[in-house]
Design a protein around this ligand. Structure first.
Ligand code: PXP
Length: 236
């Protein structure tokens, strides 16, 4: 069964625009879970543009399903993860100026630092996922690094401007998905998924968690968060 993990970063984005107390991502997490989400995902960015440290600590105490922390490979954030102990950590690349995570993590270039961080997280019982592009070399190194999961970056597929590129990007994801499973890794996917493009990704054999944020929160502005989550659940 494919699971929906709702990324609630942009609830915090709205709050941070006014440096106010509302809307509270913790309340959002409760609504998502009541609507059937199987996980809650947040990205604690180095610049703290949306989720704050306190959110993460409170979410750890309140989330009943599964808490997945997306994070950059830096000592500061790894130490926070070791302290909070979310159920899962997903390493992502991070650039200060980007609007959202732009590409997959280059696990080959970051092999040594990742190996150390993965060991520390595993020692605390935290599951580790690596957010990568659908690339066979990145998959092989993820296996060597003993990651538990890889999350395939669906951004290029989601942003395709025409059917031909979309089909090509989908084929790459399907092929990479099968390599991930053959390598003995577990498979997640996400980025840019919405109500129109999610079904082919949810149909990739072996895919477990779909991490979806922006489209759900955007729809929630009009139809409410409960309904937005239920509609996505029904699709996947
Ligand atoms: N997966 C990862 C690793 C991400 O970094 C993000 C964005 O924070 C998402 C999924 C969700 O992307 P979107 O907000 O476009 O649904």
């Amino acid at each position: 069964m494919v699971k929906l993990c709702v990324n609630i970063d942009h609830i915090a984005t709205v709050r941070q625009v006014r440096l106010a107390e509302e809307p509270d991502p913790v309340a959002a997490a409760v609504i998502c879970e009541l609507a059937g989400a199987e996980g809650i995902t947040v990205h604690l960015r180095e610049d703290r543009r949306h989720i704050q440290d306190r959110d993460l600590y409170v979410l750890k105490k309140t989330v009943k399903t599964k808490l997945n922390l997306e994070m950059a490979l830096t000592n500061e954030i790894v130490n926070i993860a070791l302290d909070v102990k979310p159920d899962m950590v997903t390493f992502v690349p991070e650039k200060r100026k980007e609007l959202t995570t732009e590409g997959g993590l280059n696990v080959i270039a970051n092999k040594t630092a990742l190996k150390k961080a993965i060991k520390k997280l595993h020692d605390k019982g935290i599951i580790v996922s690596l957010f990568i592009d659908p690339d066979i070399d990145q998959i092989h190194v993820s296996r060597v690094l003993k990651a538990d999961y890889v999350e395939l970056h669906t951004g290029k597929y989601a942003d395709s401007k025409n059917e031909k590129t979309k089909d090509r990007e989908l084929a790459k994801l399907q092929k990479a998905g099968s390599s991930v499973i053959k390598a003995g890794l577990r498979l997640n996917a996400g980025h840019g998924l919405d109500y129109r493009n999610v079904i082919p990704i949810a149909s990739i054999p072996g895919v477990e968690d779909l991490n979806i944020g922006y489209s759900i929160i955007a729809r929630a502005v009009f139809v409410g968060l409960d309904k937005a989550v239920r509609e996505m659940k029904r699709l996947i």
